[in-house]
Design a protein around this ligand. Sequence first.
Ligand code: GLY
Length: 374
Amino acid sequence: MTQRRETVRVDLPGREYDILIGPGLLAQAGDLIAPLLTRKRVVIVTDEHVAAAQMRSLRDGLRAGGIASEALILPPGEATKGWDQFSRTVEWLIAQKVERGDVVIAFGGGVIGDLAGFAAAVVRRGVRFVQIPTSLLAQVDSSVGGKTGINSPLGKNLIGAFHQPSLVLADTATLGTLTARDFLSGYGEVVKYGLLGDAAFFDWLEAQGPALAAGDMVARVQAVKRSCEMKAEIVQRDETEQGDRALLNLGHTFCHALEAATGYGDRLLHGEGVAIGCALAFELSARMGLCSQEDPSRIRAHLRAMGMKVDLADIDGDLPDAEALLDLMGQDKKVVDGKLRFILARGIGDAFVTADVPSDKVLGVLRDALNLRG
Ligand code: GLY
């Protein structure tokens, strides 16, 4: 069966770009990227896992379009997203004599996309880059919208720049190489889009989620497309997160505290934290009388049906108490004038940003969630 390729346009004046979505895009990378180039050479930044599984396909695809390439292969994992590997990448790009007219390719998941995008933002005061995201999380979130950066020892993503890519190639065939856990972690971000702004999409995910997880390519393309459409629409309204872009952080205030408490590692993947965080944000919304109690129950039922982490009880090992978790939320970038900004919801598909959240309500939600751990 011929698979259709979908295109989502990000219409930022002067920095417009397309997100192409579909299986087999790596093989066409050369033809798709060639129109951006002033000379037929690109530099690729990737990690060891992606290089082992997919580099040959990308290089063959580039070569088919007459494009030569050099690659920097970084260690996999969140620890790469710090000053050491960042300065290594920047120096490598300079040593490769990358010019203003050249294009850097970020080939990998969120860590590589963020780091390589930030390196492209600063080398020669900014060169263009193409995102080729290989994880579901990167295809639906981090490769789109121009947030690039690295972690500080004081917190995640605290160093960075807005730098929009020139093109995003989301080859949905690459999702076939992900572990079930990594795929479902990315699915946490997909669910987030339904919850924040499209109830019909959440209905669709309830019906199609299992097929999507099992590998149904048509469903995967549709899910990535709808997620990217929603992200593009929000980024067009508010590129630098002065307002509405914060909606994309539904579930993230809880998530960032949980990630900090669990060491940003294998105990809790980012998308797993987002899924748990979305359930907690809806629980908080229900307790504040904003949405019905059925909404958090329905969300938890869907996450459970997908085999995902849903509750704090699903996180292995010790967690700090509610007060300490609330403290960790205070480190979040979404603090404005010392007040935590939360994304709450009036119902599934109807989220909004507010700083008006009493901390005793948040503590109540956290205490009850921790108590369920027994
Ligand atoms: N991942 C949230 C954003 O791009 O704004």
